[in-house]
Design a binder for this molecule. Structure first.
Ligand code: G4P
Ligand code: NA
Ligand code: NA
Length: 188
C-alpha cells in the first residue's frame, strides 16, 4: 500500500531493538483519512473471504478494525487486556509481549465469539506473532473459525508472519518492514 509506505518512511521512527515508532499517525495520534484507506485496502484484500465478524485486541487494533467493520457493516469485537468484573462467559489466554517483555492475559466473552462465527482479525503490528497466536487460541476455544488476519505493519525480520503462513493462515500485511538495522527503515 503505497500511501502507507510513504507515510512510514516520512513519519516513522526507529527505536533500539527493532521497534518502529508510528505514534504520530497510528499508535497515539491517529490519522483517520489514512485509517480509512487502510480499511478500504483490507476490504479489497479479503474480498473473496467469507466472514461475519471483525476481531482485534485493544488498543491500537481498534481503529483499523472499526474501519473494516464500518465499510462492511459487520460487528467488531476486541479482546480485552483487563478482565472486567462484569464479563460473562469469559475465555482467556496468555500472551508474551516481545516489546514490553512481559506476559499478559487477554479475554473475550463467548457471548461475542460464537461457534458459528467466521472471524477476520485486524491489528496494527505483526512482530513475533504472539498476539496473533493468542487470538487463534481464543478463536479455537470458542469453536469459531478464522477467515484471515490483516496487519497494518508486519516486521518480517521477527518472523511471526512466517510461522502463521506455515500454519495455513491467510495473512495480509499492508506494509512489510524487512529491516530496521542501523535505524534505517527498509520497506519491501
Ligand atoms: P507480537 O504479538 O507480534 O509477538 O508482538 P508483540 O508481542 O511484541 O506485541 C506487543 C505489542 O507491541 C502490541 O501492541 C504490538 O502491536 C506492538 N508492537 C510490536 N512491534 C512494534 C513496533 O515495532 N512498534 C510499535 N509501535 N508497536 C509494536 P500492544 O502493546 O498490545 O499495545 P497497543 O498499542 O495495541 O495498545
Ligand atoms: Na497492537
Ligand atoms: Na501497539
Amino acid at each position: 500500500m503505497e500511501l502507507l509506505k510513504k507515510r512510514i518512511l516520512q513519519d516513522g521512527k526507529c527505536f533500539e531493538g527493532g521497534i518502529l515508532k508510528v505514534d504520530s499517525f497510528i499508535n497515539h495520534q491517529m490519522d483517520p483519512i489514512l485509517m480509512k484507506s487502510i480499511g478500504v485496502e483490507f476490504v479489497r484484500r479479503f474480498a473473496n473471504k467469507d466472514f461475519n465478524k471483525v476481531m482485534t485486541i485493544e488498543a491500537s487494533g481498534i481503529a483499523p478494525a472499526i474501519m473494516v467493520g464500518y465499510l462492511l457493516e459487520l460487528p467488531v469485537v476486541f479482546a480485552k487486556k483487563k478482565q472486567p468484573k462484569t464479563m460473562e462467559n469469559m475465555i482467556s489466554t496468555t500472551i508474551r509481549s516481545f516489546t514490553k517483555d512481559r506476559e499478559y492475559n487477554v479475554c473475550i466473552s463467548r457471548d461475542f465469539l460464537k461457534e458459528r462465527d467466521r472471524v477476520l482479525f485486524i491489528d496494527d503490528f505483526l512482530a513475533n506473532g504472539n498476539a496473533a497466536n493468542g487470538i487463534i487460541d481464543l478463536i479455537e476455544q470458542a469453536g469459531a473459525q478464522l477467515a484471515g488476519m490483516g496487519f497494518i505493519i508486519e516486521k518480517a525480520f521477527q518472523h511471526g508472519g512466517d510461522t502463521l503462513r506455515e500454519r495455513g493462515v491467510h495473512i495480509e500485511s499492508l506494509a512489510i518492514i524487512d529491516s530496521l538495522d542501523n535505524c534505517q527503515i527498509k520497506i519491501r
